[in-house]
Design a protein around this ligand. Structure first.
Ligand SMILES: Cc1cc2nc3c(=O)[nH]c(=O)nc-3n(C[C@H](O)[C@H](O)[C@H](O)COP(=O)(O)OP(=O)(O)OC[C@H]3O[C@@H](n4cnc5c(N)ncnc54)[C@H](O)[C@@H]3O)c2cc1C
Ligand SMILES: *[C@@H]1O[C@H](CO)[C@@H](O)[C@H](O)[C@H]1NC(C)=O
Ligand SMILES: *[C@@H]1O[C@H](CO)[C@@H](O)[C@H](O)[C@H]1NC(C)=O
Ligand SMILES: *[C@@H]1O[C@H](CO)[C@@H](O)[C@H](O)[C@H]1NC(C)=O
Ligand SMILES: *[C@@H]1O[C@H](CO)[C@@H](O)[C@H](O)[C@H]1NC(C)=O
Ligand SMILES: *[C@@H]1O[C@H](CO)[C@@H](O)[C@H](O)[C@H]1NC(C)=O
Ligand SMILES: *[C@@H]1O[C@H](CO)[C@@H](O)[C@H](O)[C@H]1NC(C)=O
Ligand SMILES: *[C@@H]1O[C@H](CO)[C@@H](O)[C@H](O)[C@H]1NC(C)=O
Ligand SMILES: *[C@@H]1O[C@H](CO)[C@@H](O)[C@H](O)[C@H]1NC(C)=O
Ligand SMILES: *[C@@H]1O[C@H](CO)[C@@H](O)[C@H](O)[C@H]1NC(C)=O
Ligand SMILES: *[C@@H]1O[C@H](CO)[C@@H](O)[C@H](O)[C@H]1NC(C)=O
Length: 622
């Protein structure tokens, strides 16, 4: 602290005029020494790549926080703003329009409230996090959740609206050299709070929007020869699928239309309606362009920076670098068939309802091996005792109507025999994946204020015998009886090319990927919320762990309190990932809750809940 104060004191003796018209950022994409010539020599080191930290910076207990003597002065932030071509923002929470203050605006607040659960409202904002309980709920529209005030909470203080690798390099260098916490945010879809952080500088990657179609890409080491798409890391599913379709191809991405598939999705693994055919998102990657923790901008592929390339494919976002572009395999467009349907326990009763679900489990291996994917939920309504099963949808890429009926009709017949269906549900064939995807996946609700999710990858072993399937059903049913909302996916995630990467080894055995969510009363105190969450983590989730020993959980759709998360999120890959983290980011410039190596740090949140509203500090070594 003392030395940092001294450091800043000295630095500011240097004269620097921000307003000087001669100071302009150069147009080259990569940061050059000449870009920094405009900065007084005593401050230049704050923006330079490749420097190691002063010993004090690497041992201070917490990252530098607003109000600390070492927090950079306004003038220094101004230099960062100039160097990034005036792309430094200091955004306030968008729901400030709902609270007393200079920006209060009842009409805007009403608009925001009406659109609050739509992801489109949020990814365009520089800081919004779609899991607001992980932000600390310090500024939400009062009709959604009354935060009584609007404060920055777990939102970053500064944001670089990056459009060029140079902007990213400057941000990474500045955070590393000042000790300020660094956050990377693309769209804010993250479930756990990994796209925010109190007192931080955030690099916003959502405006890396370029897309390029490469008719023939060859990489012998990866065993690939065929078309590819090179996309900026801010390109989202709805944009990529349309672009791929216009070139007669498909790319592997998530079902949700606004997910940042070239950001957190692909680095974290990324399951897809196409996974049963082509493997997981990370299996598609042919190359990354990335800014490393030392601020250098490099390519990571099968011949350059191969360790980094391995780690970025499944090792998780905000851990090894900031990705600015991703090149992925593009596969041929194909006929696709889908079907959405629902049934409830009304009229038929609970036993018949669960018989119908149990009957479905018999088809899981066959359907995944046939290349299909299904996405369904089971939703209880505690006060009425109602339970609904919603298939949204059963999705069969590369399958005709007849081929899909051949897979579904045996189960449909059982459902008819149980008195659930009178006739087969509508099954529709579309001429392309793109049209099938557009018409089959409704936009999902985001910004839940009082629910959190845990997940489990159930392997083939859980389907090996009738007894195993009975046991699985029993545990799904118990979660419903405990009032958990469940979301399940029947798919496999095996890469046909068998490429080696950091993807969770548990994905390779997965047949059913399952999520359940616990809800708490909106007015629950912090202590009550924590107790409910722990009961879920060590109760409902533990039951699922117990029946799938050694399996895993998906890091992007997970419980921030997941115990032994290294094993759960990466399985056998975790030891190598930890080693690479130490090599590639020795000073922990990058951090995100539950990321590789994050055991060393903890957000000391103001309310004691697992969220981003607090300082990021080292965990005391005992
Ligand atoms: C409605 C919805 C639908 C979803 N559907 C699916 C699905 O079908 N399949 C699936 O697998 N997952 C799905 N997810 C989960 C999704 O994959 C993750 O939330 C994913 O991390 C989102 O990435 P993002 O870049 O859009 O989000 P962000 O929240 O912006 O980022 C997520 C994480 O990645 C990091 N990150 C982002 N961009 C970069 C970058 N360029 N370089 C380095 N780090 C980066 C961030 O720091 C953060 O840690 C869904 C989530 C939601 C909310
Ligand atoms: C580190 O900080 C300590 C006080 O906390 C100070 O005595 C020491 O000189 C500093 N070292 C460097 C290299 O700045
Ligand atoms: C937001 O809500 C208003 C009022 O319901 C509606 O008119 C408008 O179209 C919505 N905008 C978006 C982007 O959804
Ligand atoms: C709201 O937050 C501001 C800023 O932290 C604080 O000064 C003020 O006292 C708070 N108001 C209430 C009513 O809590
Ligand atoms: C961020 O940059 C993009 C691209 O230049 C621009 O369209 C957008 O308006 C910027 N957003 C903000 C909040 O400045
Ligand atoms: C059906 O199960 C739910 C719990 O999942 C329960 O609330 C409801 O009372 C049950 N209905 C009947 C008729 O037993
Ligand atoms: C798609 O279907 C065709 C025709 O049945 C088949 O030849 C091809 O291998 C399938 N593609 C994949 C990826 O399974
Ligand atoms: C089946 O669904 C498709 C797509 O929604 C629709 O176009 C078609 O009319 C439906 N067919 C029947 C018989 O309802
Ligand atoms: C959670 O919040 C929603 C409103 O967003 C509310 O409808 C629901 O009742 C709440 N759940 C509980 C258990 O309080
Ligand atoms: C929350 O609201 C419920 C119902 O209105 C009430 O019974 C409970 O005591 C409240 N809890 C707290 C912590 O205020
Ligand atoms: C969770 O709460 C239930 C109901 O209060 C209790 O029976 C159970 O033992 C708790 N489980 C854990 C792991 O705390």
């Amino acid at each position: 602290m003392t030395s940092s104060m001294l450091f800043w004191g000295t630095a500011l003796l240097a004269t620097f005029s921000v307003a000087a018209p001669s100071i302009r950022a150069s147009d080259s994409a990569r940061l050059c020494d000449s870009d920094l010539e405009v900065v007084s020599s005593s401050l230049r080191s704050l923006f330079r790549s490749g420097l190691s930290l002063s010993p004090n910076k690497s041992t201070s207990r917490c990252k530098v926080f607003p109000g600390d003597a070492a927090w950079p002065r306004e003038e220094v932030w101004d230099i960062l703003n100039v160097l990034t071509g005036k792309r430094l923002l200091k955004p306030k929470p968008q729901a400030r329009v709902c609270y007393n203050g200079p920006d209060y605006d009842a009409a805007k607040c009403a608009q925001l409230t009406a659109n609050w659960t739509r992801s489109y409202t949020h990814f365009i904002d520089p800081i919004e996090m779609m899991s607001p309980f992980a932000q600390g709920l310090t500024c939400t529209p009062p009709n959604i959740f009354d935060s009584h005030n609007c404060t920055q909470g777990g939102f970053p203080v500064y944001v670089i609206n990056a459009t060029s690798p140079k902007h990213v390099q400057l941000g990474v260098n500045f955070a590393r050299n000042t000790g300020v916490r660094l956050v990377v945010r693309n769209t804010g879809h993250d479930f756990l709070g990994k796209s925010g952080g109190a007192g931080s500088l955030s690099i916003w990657t959502n405006h890396f929007k370029s897309m390029e179609f490469i008719p023939k890409f060859e990489d012998r080491k990866l065993g690939y020869s065929g078309p590819a798409i090179k996309a900026g890391s801010g390109v989202q599913a709805f944009e990529a699928y349309k672009f791929a379709h216009e070139h007669g191809t498909v790319v592997v991405g998530g079902e949700g239309e606004t997910v940042g598939i070239f950001g957190g999705y692909m680095q974290g693994g990324g399951h897809s309606p196409l996974s049963s055919l082509y493997g997981i998102g990370a299996d598609q990657v042919l190359a990354f362009e990335v800014v490393k923790a030392d601020g250098t901008f490099v390519t990571a592929d099968s011949t350059h920076n191969t360790d980094l390339f391995w780690a970025l494919r499944g090792g998780g976002g905000s851990t090894f670098g900031v990705v600015t572009s991703v090149t992925v395999k593009a596969h041929p467009e194909m006929v696709t068939t889908s079907s959405s349907f629902s049934f409830t326990n009304a009229n038929i009763g609970n036993e018949t309802f669960w018989k119908a679900v149990r009957a479905y489990l018999n088809y899981f291996e066959v359907n995944a091996d046939a290349g299909t994917y299904s996405y369904f939920n089971i939703i209880p309504t505690a006060w009425s005792g109602a339970i609904s099963f919603n298939m949204v949808p059963f999705f069969a890429p590369n399958k005709t109507l007849a081929e899909t009926h051949a897979l579904l009709d045996p189960w449909f017949k059982e459902l008819k025999d149980l008195g659930i269906f009178k006739a087969n549900p509508n099954v529709t064939e579309y001429p392309s994946f793109y049209e099938a995807w557009r018409n089959s996946f409704p936009l999902e609700v985001v910004e839940k204020i009082n629910a959190t999710t845990g997940s489990r990858m159930f392997p083939r072993e859980n389907f090996a015998t009738e007894e195993k399937k009975d046991e699985l059903l029993k545990n799904i049913r118990m979660s419903t009886e405990n009032n958990r909302v469940q979301v399940h996916f029947n798919m496999k995630n095996v890469d046909p090319a068998n490429v080696d990467n950091a993807v969770n080894s548990a994905w390779r055995k997965n047949i059913m990927f399952s999520q359940q969510a616990v809800r708490w009363p909106v007015n629950a105190t912090a202590a009550e919320r924590l107790a409910i969450r722990k009961n879920f983590t060590f109760g409902d989730m533990q039951r699922w762990r117990d029946i799938s020993p050694g399996a895993g959980s998906y890091l992007a759709e997970a419980d921030r309190l997941e115990p032994d998360f290294g094993q759960a999120f990466w399985g056998t890959k975790y030891p190598r990932l930890l080693k690479l983290k130490a090599q590639l980011d020795p000073h922990d410039v990058f951090f995100a809750a539950t990321s590789v190596g994050s055991e060393r740090w903890k957000v000391e949140s103001v309310d004691g809940l697992p969220n981003e509203n607090g300082r990021l500090c080292r965990v005391e070594q005992s």
